[in-house]
Design a protein around this ligand. Structure first.
Ligand SMILES: NC(=O)c1ccc[n+]([C@@H]2O[C@H](COP(=O)([O-])OP(=O)(O)OC[C@H]3O[C@@H](n4cnc5c(N)ncnc54)[C@H](O)[C@@H]3O)[C@@H](O)[C@H]2O)c1
Ligand SMILES: CC(C)[C@@H](O)CC[C@@H](C)[C@H]1CC[C@H]2[C@@H]3[C@H](O)C=C4C[C@@H](O)CC[C@]4(C)[C@H]3CC[C@]12C
Length: 368
């Protein structure tokens, strides 16, 4: 792609391009990738907002498709220079079966890899997750670790298992020969907890607070740090990796990079209050209001209720044994690998990220 810096001749494909992260990647590419000729957006559910993107100089092609269907993926990938694979089932609430999570997140990723190999696409960026590393099932903290920090990544939950398997497939595919005889170059980005405009879980917490009279009740000690990263900076890292991967293939190919920015280290609940507080909510308690054993009991009860109610309705509360364990285990990153390898610097400061997110919560709720 070296000779295309001045001309618009590149074709990008973003899978999951209508999701929370995917939409930000799509918009960031249109704003900050001048070499784009065509941007393909592949998703099971296409958003109506895509229409507004079709008036610009870049050809925007919306493709309704399923990553579990190899032929649909191959048709979407054919002719693309770069694939950014964000599509996936982000389900830690028991909404979908373990089999479906595996089929989408693992088999779907395999389909993307094979499509690149069979059609000659050379650059594949995979949106992995912090959960590939942890927190592990032993509840061992990962305190401001980096990509080389030793940590026993042991998972049982279908979601982290699927992300770890998919990431391994992507990294192992680095160097495979694609149609045309050149090597496939892959890398994986590991966001911690992404926040920002479009974050459904943030809205869920906001609605929960409204239902409880403007109050949320602390369940996790403030000392338990949880890594968070602004969606705009995650999108920017994807764009930058896609731009640099060819020229730095020897360094970046087969590598993983945590997504990070200058968001502060706080507990999950305290971090959320950076946005929900200015929207009128209050976090009650400087310490957890309930003993941990009671939270464990309530989480187990939620799992039982989910199972009992499943024939009638989907009951998927925020509190379950997995989310409680994750929330209650410190997991934060401190790294500069992305800066060292491809010059990444956060595009949005913490102040900007916070302001944009507050504004979104306020308008999203206002519009609701
Ligand atoms: N949200 C986070 O905090 C976070 C953190 C780290 C990593 N990630 C990863 O980032 C990626 C995007 O996550 P998100 O939070 O934007 O989730 P999301 O659910 O908002 O977006 C996922 C998108 O993938 C699409 N999709 C799902 N199944 C599909 C299928 N079979 N075929 C085609 N498209 C399909 C969905 O329609 C959706 O638009 C995921 O791979 C997730 O594992 C998310
Ligand atoms: C009900 C309380 C115990 C409350 O504090 C639970 C919070 C819980 C819903 C979230 C705490 C940590 C979150 C996860 C983390 O941010 C990283 C993730 C990786 C990403 O790939 C997908 C989302 C998630 C699993 C994220 C999900 C919500 C939490 C478990």
């Amino acid at each position: 792609m070296a000779n295309s810096a001045q001309t618009q001749e590149l074709v990008y494909l973003v899978t999951g391009g209508c999701g929370f992260l995917g939409e930000h990647v799509v918009r960031m590419l249109l704003q900050r990738e001048p070499r784009l000729r065509e941007l393909r957006i592949f998703d099971l559910h296409l958003g109506p907002w895509l229409e507004e993107l079709k008036t610009g100089p870049v050809q925007v092609t919306a493709i309704q498709g399923d990553v579990t269907q190899a032929h649909e993926v191959a048709a979407a990938v054919a002719g693309a220079h770069v694939v950014i694979h964000t599509a996936g089932l982000v389900d830690v609430f028991g909404k979908t079966s373990p089999e479906t999570i595996h089929e989408v997140n693992v088999q779907g990723t395999q389909n993307v890899i094979e499509a690149c190999v069979q059609t000659g696409t050379r650059f594949l960026i995979y949106t992995s997750s912090m959960e590939v590393v942890g927190p592990n099932i032993k509840g061992q903290p990962f305190y401001r670790g980096n990509e080389n920090t030793p940590y026993e990544a042991v998972h049982r939950h279908p979601y982290p298992c699927s992300k770890a398997l998919a990431e391994r497939l992507v990294l192992e595919a680095n160097g495979r020969e694609v149609l045309g005889g050149l090597p496939l170059v892959t890398c994986a980005l590991r966001p911690t907890g992404i926040y920002g405009e479009g974050h459904q879980i943030m809205k869920d917490f906001y609605h929960q607070g409204l239902r409880l009279g403007g109050r949320l009740f602390r369940a996790i000690p403030a000392s338990v740090e949880h890594g968070r990263v602004y969606v705009g900076n995650v999108a920017w890292m994807h764009v930058l990796v896609a731009r640099e991967l060819e020229h730095r293939a020897a360094l970046m190919g087969g590598q993983v990079y945590f997504c990070y920015d200058n968001s502060p280290y706080k507990s999950y609940e305290d971090f959320n209050m950076e946005f929900l507080g200015p929207c009128g909510l209050q976090l009650v308690g400087t310490r957890p209001l309930m003993p941990y054993w009671l939270l464990v009991l309530l989480a187990a009860l939620n799992t039982l209720l989910q199972w009992l109610l499943r024939p009638l309705l989907l009951y998927a509360p925020l509190l379950n044994p997995y989310t409680l364990a994750v929330a209650n285990t410190t997991f934060t990153v401190s790294t500069d690998k992305a800066r060292r390898h491809f010059g990444y610097e956060p595009l949005f400061s913490w102040e900007e990220s916070r302001t944009r997110t507050i504004r979104w919560v306020q308008t999203a709720e206002g519009s609701a």
